[in-house]
Design a protein around this ligand. Structure first.
Ligand SMILES: Nc1ncnc2c1ncn2[C@@H]1O[C@H](COP(=O)(O)OP(=O)(O)OP(=O)(O)O)[C@@H](O)[C@H]1O
Length: 247
């Protein structure tokens, strides 16, 4: 049986002055999905994540999150979601453990810090300063903090940019584990092969519009001429150059 839709967009639009950054988007995300967003620079990925995390309000259409209107009932959504913005960073002179403790106390909730450290492979680094960590471990620490109050919805804006291939793999493996626990995760990313392997569905944005939205397998199978990879899907839908088919 399909899980309920906990993100529902009906013709949602967002304008920055005259720039229509998000154009009439309609789609749903079900509880427990790992939902990817891909698109070229400026396609609207960050704006969409800002809308979904209630940091921006739509200029048109209806956005419902966890059964609530995201504009009229925003207060009831507080604490149910968390977002890691693009380029987010942590206080460099804190240890990993201190960083988790700080953010957990912000939510006034009791949690076992060691459970989180262990879950994210951070236990061996718990007393290390953030500034001494690799980029991958910094991102992992931010993710551990983001879920420390057990949000139902997690939004991630290109969290693996600049990480090496192994760190990207480790990060996506943790996302898959969170998904298996029932978390709903929406992630904007350029990690094509990992999105193909890990995402339930992928929305391809092009100039603020939905160019495609489906499971990785169906996106690839549906390519005219039969592409084989997510790069080909990206070229077809995000860039609009079918020459990418078969890349
Ligand atoms: N705060 C803002 N004020 C005005 N225009 C903005 C603002 N933020 C984004 N835009 C514009 O909205 C459009 C979508 O930008 P957005 O950052 O959402 O795209 P993106 O897909 O996340 O890009 P990137 O991959 O570069 O992060 C672009 O034309 C961008 O210039």
């Amino acid at each position: 049986m399909d899980m309920p839709a906990i993100i529902q967009l009906d013709t949602v639009s967002k304008l920055y002055g005259a720039n229509n950054a998000i154009k009439q988007l309609s789609f749903q995300v079900r509880q427990g999905e790992l939902f990817g967003i891909m698109g070229m620079n400026g396609a609207g990925k960050s704006t969409l994540l800002e809308l979904l995390s209630c940091n921006l309000q739509p200029d048109g259409g209806v956005l419902r999150l966890l059964g609530h209107d995201a504009v009229l009932e925003a207060d009831q959504l507080k604490g149910s979601m968390n977002k890691i913005p693009q380029g987010a960073s942590l206080v460099e002179r804190m240890t990993v453990r201190e960083a988790l403790e700080t953010f957990q106390s912000a939510y006034s909730r009791e949690h076992e810090i060691d459970t989180y450290l262990s879950r994210f492979g951070l236990l061996p680094y718990s007393d290390k300063l953030i500034r001494g960590l690799t980029g991958g471990l910094k991102q992992m620490t931010m993710l551990a903090i983001a879920i420390a109050h057990e949000p139902k919805l997690i939004f991630l804006d290109e969290p693996t940019t600049g990480l090496d291939a192994q760190a990207k793999r480790d990060y996506w493996a943790i996302l898959a584990a969170l998904r298996a626990e029932g978390k709903t995760i929406v992630i904007a990313s350029h990690d094509m092969s990992l999105m193909q392997a890990r995402c339930d569905r992928i929305l391809v944005l092009r100039k603020g519009r939905m160019a495609a939205c489906d499971s990785p397998g169906r996106l690839i199978e549906g390519l005219p001429g039969g592409g084989l990879t997510m790069e080909a899907v990206y070229m077809q839908y995000a860039v609009g150059e079918p020459g990418g088919v078969g890349v």
